[in-house]
Design a protein around this ligand. Structure first.
Ligand code: BJ8
Length: 425
């Protein structure tokens, strides 16, 4: 069926037939998981709209911005400093990596036992299904886990790539390396956009990105009340959309959503009953449209009240210090802020354990679910350690390892239900 955006998608070289089929499946999936929820606040209508237009209106906005001279930068990791991207007259977007695509083709170029997130972004490119990937002027990869850094060697045959080196430790010399990488990225952006970043540009961009993080912090604070006024699924969606939407508009809309949720808190109106078991979800990122586990959890009688993940608090916890006036001062502040990211790719990574314990306590959770994407070594290693430490703190934890397939849904449901029953008792 011809859509009003078909011509645009054709120009982007999408496989129109396969893309139509994808949108149809996604629409159905979204309806079942999101639109079927009860007691949803009005402010979520904006998020429903964004999702319904995510491959349409948002892509058109990007295409229009390109005509005005902006460049589009695609990313797979929260280490890429959006402040610099915005300051250089570019737009940063997270790339689709939350669903299976072109599996057989992908496994011809990456080992079968590669994490589904990596396979996904390769698959979306090979199958020509992601208009964000096709809109990008540059895709920025990073040397975080081994899977990603090796796959970028093949991926660069298909897309214009740039790699940032992320250190594996946080010693003084690692900070030096990271600072040089931040500066190298700045140079690369300036070369691409032909725009020399000024202190005014960077100051403004820091404010924009900080404000986006501030509104997400506010949302997290609101959901921490008992009973929580918003489902975990909806907050995950808000976090996912924060990687695609225009940051200023997104901040305004989520601020309105927060106003509405605050009213619910005042009235003690929860999205679920007061005694619903509260869970913290930790671990690997859940990129759009990876909603499988939150849906299973919340249809098993529990509610998710926190996401300790990159599509969650790991990306919003820390702000860039705003007092800098010179470029040098602001770059230093960016370097420091990004080095606080407690990704499992770091060794050691003690701050992550401490962050999980404080989140579990602040959010008054009854248990923790650690989510490992299949074949993700860094998070699988840390889940063993975290399980031991949480046990010592009397916080029950369940580890779930899964991929994007639906074959294990019933089995996961059984395990999650048993865990929820156990913590309820
Ligand atoms: S800062 S978590 S976004 S690297 S799940 S691809 S680690 S094998 S996504 Fe990540 Fe940046 Fe770290 Fe966050 Fe590898 Fe694991 Fe796959 Fe992963």
């Amino acid at each position: 069926m011809k859509d009003k955006y078909t011509e645009m998608w054709e120009k982007l070289n999408l496989d129109i037939e396969a893309h139509d089929a994808l949108l149809e499946v996604l629409g159905k999936f979204y309806g079942d998981i999101y639109l079927s929820q009860e007691n949803r606040v009005r402010g979520m209508e904006y998020l429903d709209f964004v999702i319904s237009e995510i491959h349409g209106l948002r892509i058109k906005e990007l295409e229009d911005a390109k005509k005005k001279g902006y460049k589009i930068i695609g990313t797979f990791c929260i280490f890429v400093p959006e402040e610099l991207t915005i300051a250089a007259n570019a737009i940063q977007v997270g790339l689709c990596a939350g669903a299976e695509a072109a599996k057989e083709e992908v496994e011809k170029i990456v080992p079968r036992n590669t994490c589904p997130l990596i396979k996904s972004f390769i698959g979306f490119k090979l199958a020509r299904l992601c208009p964000f990937t096709e809109s990008c002027d540059l895709i920025v990869g990073e040397t975080t886990c081994d899977g990603k850094k090796k796959v970028y060697e093949s991926f660069r045959e298909y897309v214009p790539m740039y790699i940032m080196e992320v250190p594996q430790q946080k010693k003084i010399n690692d900070r030096e390396l990271w600072k040089s990488e931040v500066l190298r990225y700045k140079d690369k952006l300036e070369e691409l956009t032909q725009h020399k970043i000024t202190p005014e540009d960077l100051k403004k961009a820091i404010k924009i990105v900080n404000n986006k993080r501030r509104v997400l912090q506010r949302l997290n604070k609101i959901r921490s009340f008992i009973p929580t006024p918003i489902s975990g699924r909806d907050v995950l969606l808000v976090n996912q959309i924060s990687f695609y939407d225009d940051p200023v508009r997104f901040t305004e809309k989520i601020s309105t959503l927060c106003d509405e949720l605050e009213e619910k808190v005042k009235e003690k109106e929860g999205v679920v009953p007061q005694n619903t078991p509260r869970l913290l979800l930790c671990g690997c990122p859940m990129a759009v449209p990876n909603w499988k586990l939150p849906y299973i959890i919340e249809s098993s009688g529990a509610v998710v009240v926190g996401e300790e993940s990159c599509i969650g608090t790991r990306n919003t916890r820390d702000l860039v210090e705003e007092s800098g006036e010179t470029l040098e001062e602001m770059i230093e502040a960016i370097v420091d802020r990004y080095l606080k990211i407690d990704c499992a790719c770091f060794t050691p990574n003690e701050e992550r354990i401490n962050n999980i314990i404080s989140m579990a306590k602040e959010l008054q959770v009854d248990g923790v679910i650690h989510y490992n994407l299949l074949f993700c070594q860094p998070y699988a290693h840390e889940s063993i350690k975290i399980d031991k430490i949480l046990r010592e703190q009397n916080i029950p934890m369940l580890t779930i390892e899964t991929d994007y397939g639906m074959e294990d849904v019933e089995q996961l449901k059984t395990r999650v239900e048993a865990f929820v029953e156990m913590i309820s008792a």
